[in-house]
Design a protein around this ligand. Sequence first.
Ligand code: NMX
Ligand code: MLT
Length: 444
Amino acid sequence: MPTTLKAKLQEKIEGFRPRITKLTKELANVVIDKVNIGQAIGGARDVRCLVTDISYLDPQEGIRFRGKTIPETFAALPKVPGKEQPFVEGFFYFLLTGEVPTMQQTQEVVEDWKSRAAVPQYVFDVLRAMPRDTHPMTMFSTAVLSMQRESLFAKRYGEGNLKKTDMWDPMYEDSMNLLARLPAIAAYIYRIKYKGDVLIAPDPKLDWGGNFAHMMGIGNNYDEVARMYFILHSDHESGNVSAHTTHLVASALSDAYYSLSAGLNGLAGPLHGLANQEVLGWIQNVMKKLNNKVPTKEELEKFLWDTLNGGQVVPGYGHAVLRKTDPRYVAQNEYAKKHLPNDPLFQLVNMIYEVAPGVLTKHGKTKNPWPNVDAHSGVIQWYYGVREWDFYTVLFGVGRALGVLANITWDRGLGYAIERPKSVTTDMLEKWAKDGGRKEAMDD
Ligand code: NMX
Ligand code: MLT
């Protein structure tokens, strides 16, 4: 008997298919974008060639999950009893189906994930075999990949009779199994790396976010931070490196384990998810240079210029799509105003917000001088006692898994093709530049 979530997902996928069939069979030649040389060399920026209905990023407004802004999303979802933040389980139901679940439907996902949460012992053995100075993102990605032997998708595909229209089913099962296990894996990495190998067993009474906080060993309402953080980091449409990589790898019909592990490797880059650790490193460096004195605005301005003149980026600022302050930054800022208003690091982050956009604008390179999600996330973690900042990207990764796994489940539901853009040579670009453009493209 499928759960409500699975039955609802099947209904949604089947209802959606005729739209995709019409678009690919009858309307495939409708032009939606053109590509220039700058975009071909410059990371395909702004080229509209990916499709997802799970989230959409407007450059001015920021992210909407299934059509809802961040405040609307948080307001709509069922809350954990006695808490302010929603269940992550209910949020996943919403991402996957586009419908806000009832409390009962949410509880069903809570129970479903609990029933799948046991992490195989060999995963812990693999982590233990790794040198303890290995970056936690390497450990996290390796742990995910090590479980690939569990893939139901790979098993069903290997049996030779998995129909294309049925592929979403084992992809969904793999995604649910993976999600259920990620909090325990992430907390295990944290505890063996930084907490003297003293492990904390899961508490079967707790929800996904609550159990994560419990296994991390962090109290003082850190469960609320965990829920907020995972939801905020979940999805940012399809073109960012982690989402795109996960989608790309899954497009070869690689299973969810291969795909998520690949996406996490992309997230581990300093221009992407690692920026949250870089921000804390940057701030600590400033404080160290000032013998732990809080900098003045003038001192801060000088440090920003030193970073830029040293040929480095200011971490946590700028974005490939956004042209305003990231609403994920705003959401965290509001949380911090309420729960840690007097924290010196929070005050410093606010001061950076007052100074950095002006400096970046004067510097004149970035198209967006405003902060992104990573400018804020480390500060809240630091306040709650998670001070090992090289762990921060793992937290991003646990959250990002929600979005990318929902996406690849839908990819299989809608039968999206293997991804294979066309490359050209530099000689070709130079010739087309001389000709005033590629003739065939201009004729279209
Ligand atoms: N500090 C200094 N220079 C910057 C910054 C920044 N924060 N942001 C962009 N630039 C530079 C960029 O390096 C590029 O220089 P060049 O022409 O010499 O190559 C120029 O400005 C134009 O870049 P943009 O078109 O504004 O940005 P792009 O879309 O290429 O890159 C980021 C977007 C996010 C990679 C870039 O803004 C950046 O490196 N930011 C700092 C790192 C960061 O916070 N990353 C996290 C992003 C969010 N996330 O979680 O993934
Ligand atoms: C993300 O959340 O993936 C980042 O903001 C990067 C992006 O969207 O390009």
